[in-house]
Design a protein around this ligand. Structure first.
Ligand code: ZN
Length: 314
């Protein structure tokens, strides 16, 4: 009888230990965007059961002695996929990681990188880092729900240290320059320029072929961030979601945000409510209608832009 409590405790602990969901099954290929920079473009869709939560664009930069990862993805499973892809191109260790912003599909893969390379230093904007303790678990819950458990086994691992606008990190002769222009897609975005490679990682400040969510963002601020990125000497632009390309990546999303804001302001000035202006704005933005999320998110974008136009008016 004395063993019963011990057995119960053991059973309880077993029941509480989450299993780990299987590895990412899809066959994803690295794209080389410049001599030493690769991107693993995830499917340009919401996290779901089929993609197992892999839908962002992890970046891999090879320096002379070590690897730098930008946004290791939504889970320990995605982080492990990124490590597998790194092993295809180098034997060098990961020495640094950048997290572009607080949304969980970009940074919950930190855990896998740190488990394999405990000395790797994870960098993020101070406002991003400050939110990891409160937001990590809710992102995990959301991702587990959307993927039917594909991210089970993931633990939120916060960045180690802050990095701010204007700072440049030199790693083995490669320079990583950080840009932050204020609130854009979130209040804690960083964009990372790999100077020698003329590559700019934009995070979710730019999306391609999708209008995305602006719930945590600022329309004018996001436009300002993209103008800042376009003013650099970068030639290759990597969006948070969707294919990489030249300047068109930043220009296309900037044009959408600018047009949306201008239309909302025009009708606001005429006294039209956000609800009533929706069909007119949708008509004016018809050229973006084929982008993902357009039907789902346009109304929300209009309401958010309306509040921002209203706040600017006071
Ligand atoms: Zn995001």
């Amino acid at each position: 009888m004395r063993l019963l409590p011990v057995a119960l405790v053991a059973l309880f602990l077993f029941a509480c230990t989450p299993a780990k969901a299987p590895p990412i099954a899809g066959d994803y290929k690295l794209a080389r965007v410049s001599e030493h920079v690769y991107v693993l473009h995830g499917p340009n869709e919401q996290p779901n059961k089929r993609n197992q939560g892999f839908m962002n664009n992890p970046g891999i930069v090879l320096t002379k002695k070590g690897v730098v990862v930008i946004d290791p993805g939504s889970s320990v499973q995605v982080g492990e996929l990124v490590l597998k892809k790194i092993a295809e191109v180098t034997k060098n260790p990961v020495v640094a990681v950048f997290n572009t912003h607080i949304h969980g599909d970009h940074w919950l893969g930190n855990q896998a990188i740190k488990a394999a390379f405990p000395k790797a230093v994870i960098y993020a904007h101070p406002k991003m880092k400050a939110k990891t303790a409160t937001d990590g678990e809710s992102w995990l819950t959301l991702l587990n729900n959307l993927t039917e458990g594909a991210v089970v086994g993931t633990r939120p691992l916060a960045p180690d240290t802050h990095i701010e606008h204007g700072e440049t990190l030199a790693l083995n002769g490669t320079h990583f320059r950080i840009y932050h222009s204020g609130k854009a897609h979130t209040d804690g975005d960083i964009m990372v320029e790999v100077v020698e490679e003329k590559v700019m990682f934009l995070g979710d400040n730019a999306l391609v072929d999708r209008i995305g969510r602006m719930d945590d963002g600022d329309f004018k601020g996001n436009v300002a961030a993209l103008e800042m990125a376009l003013a650099t000497k970068a030639a290759h632009f990597v969006p948070g979601h969707g294919p990489s390309n030249g300047r068109a990546v930043a220009e296309g999303y900037r044009d959408y945000l600018k047009a949306l804001h201008a239309e909302v302001k025009k009708y606001y000035d005429q006294g039209v409510s956000d609800f009533d202006m929706k069909p007119k704005v949708a008509e004016a933005l018809a050229r973006f209608r084929a982008w993902k999320d357009f039907e789902d998110q346009l109304g929300k974008h209009i309401s958010l832009a309306y509040l921002q136009v209203e706040a600017d008016a006071f």
